[in-house]
Design a protein around this ligand. Sequence first.
Ligand code: PHE
Length: 370
Amino acid sequence: MSGPNSSYDPVQVTPLGEEQVFAMRDEALAAIEAAADLEALKQVRSDHAGDRSPLGLANREIGALPPQARKDVGMRVGQARGAVNQALAARQEVLEEAAEEQMLLTETVDVTLPWDRRSRGARHPITTMSERIADTFVAMGWEVAEGPLVEAEWLNFDALNLGADHPARTMQDTFWTEPAENHVVLRTHTSPVQARTMLTRTPPIYVVCPGRVFRTDEYDATHSPMFHQVEGLVIDEGITMAHLKGSLDHFAQATFGEGITTRFRPSYFPFTEPSAEVDLICFVCRGSGLNETGDATCRTCRGEGWIEWGGCGVVNPRVLVACGVDPERYTGFAFGMGIDRTLMFRHGVEDLRSFFEGDVRFSRAFGTEI
Ligand code: PHE
């Protein structure tokens, strides 16, 4: 590097003359203005304000100039660098602001947008209960049997010892389909599945059949023209009422908890002989008929200590004969319960219609048990 000169030779200073320095400055200012983002500005800073930029190099040259020139050029270059640095700082601020705005824009979460997560929904409590009941019997080796909802009159009534003029036909108010001469009904109970099963299988038979049934009942808090029953049928050698009682006690325990037993009251069904009504010992008061504090009646059984649950009996030999089963060799038992009714007292549901009106808040209360 050349040492400082004592005389001022304008020719020597030409490369750092006004024009050149202004050109460097203007080029830098233009580049700064053109920088579109912070990344570009960083590059502009190193190109136009760094040690190796034209102005940076010019700055280094100043020391080698004659003293007179040093002052002029120093001021000129200093001003140019000042202007460039100022422009850089200003541009930096503008671009930072823009970047932040962009970030806010792209990362915005609009919490008012519609929610697109679908609720999982719940299975219908009657479906859950039906399957639960079926599971109890399947666990004992029984099978699940099914039959059609629209049924032949013969299977719904005649095969079950309910002939055309049998007074008990009026016990079940029937929906008949047209034309009447087809003798087709909406099944009034699940018992035709008994007949269908015996007609298509050979004993031993152990089946359970949950399903819909129809009666011309008013639609009110305790009746519905469509409701659900579960039928059980066993046909085997040496089957007695004791097997029936044992099976129902097991069913009661599986559904209502340990220690819950059943009692039989004599009754009449054309398809069973003898027949009985099945009562369940109240699973809340356990037969006492009193509430927890003992000063009022139990709300679940209304003070009875027992709850009516369904019908049952030993299969009438006439039904066995009608369905092609040898009554000398086989005996059997059958039972039928209302599923909706079972759920009502099991969960304290006051109005049967709650099951059928489709309000998810009701179904949800039973959980999403699968
Ligand atoms: N099917 C009868 C009813 O609906 C119930 C029942 C079934 C009774 C099986 C005895 C045996 O009332």
